[in-house]
Design a protein around this ligand. Structure first.
Ligand code: HPA
Length: 236
């Protein structure tokens, strides 16, 4: 067990899906895993372990924002020897061609957070996803008939930005979408020498706020979870 996770040694698999919402972790486990077992419920941050197509896998919530994710991912990589994490989350599009329900694969993650300014003493690090996970997820997503975009995202510390037009600066530099966690996940993967990918479903659009938010969230989430699980399953 670690400070925030009560699972015993060996109860968390080397491959892990990481949604922000712990109830999504429960949904993934109950929908896709054989023999799911609840191994953490401290703070309601559920972690389940089971098998998918015969291989051990876990699903755990990260909470919202980089500070929350950072606590869990540090402990997962350091104390439970987790090797590969795929974040399965939602994002807001900031490009006209990136539509609600599309998948966004974060090749890299910009951030407005001070976390890496602090870590790298004022210098910049370029958080990036694992290439093999990225390519595999892209191909599987396309084969499933999904619209898949690969590129840079912004991991923001705020959902409600004081300046409602600030996203346009990032959009000008080609950033595809905004979410709140992936930059820290990628940086921790580098710190521990492990692998990570941010796989996101577009839930809303800042370009056209009148565009319906993703109505059938469960359907969008199912496609993303399927791509993530098959990506881990098809790579050793
Ligand atoms: N901003 C930040 N995080 C998000 C958004 C957004 O618009 N949509 C989904 N997660």
């Amino acid at each position: 067990m670690s400070i925030h996770i009560e699972a015993k040694a060996g109860e968390i698999a080397p491959d892990l899906l990481l949604p922000g919402d712990p109830l999504r972790a429960k949904f993934i486990a109950e929908t896709y895993f054989d023999n799911p077992k609840l191994v953490n419920q401290i703070r309601g941050m559920y972690c389940y372990t089971g098998t998918y197509k015969g291989k051990p896998v876990s699903a755990m919530g990260s909470g919202m924002g980089q500070p929350s994710l950072s606590i869990y991912v540090n402990e997962l990589y350091r104390d439970y020897d987790v090797q590969r994490i795929i974040r399965v989350g939602s994002c807001g599009s900031i490009q006209p061609g990136v539509k609600i329900k599309d998948l966004v694969l974060a090749q890299s993650a910009c951030t407005n957070s001070a976390v890496n300014k602090h870590r790298f003493r004022g210098m910049d690090y370029a958080p990036h996803g694992d290439f093999d996970l990225l390519v595999t997820a892209r191909n599987l997503g396309k084969n499933m008939g999904q619209q898949v975009h690969v590129g840079s995202i912004l991991s923001s510390d705020t959902f409600y930005e004081a300046d409602p037009d600030l996203w346009k600066l990032w959009a000008k530099y080609g950033v595809l979408a905004i979410e709140m966690e992936t930059a820290e996940l990628y940086t921790l993967a580098a710190q521990y020498g492990r692998k990570a990918l941010g796989l996101l479903t577009v839930s809303d659009s800042l370009v056209d706020p009148s565009e319906d938010v993703l109505q059938d969230r469960e359907k969008g989430f199912r496609a993303m979870a399927q791509v993530a699980l098959d990506t881990l399953n098809s790579l050793d």
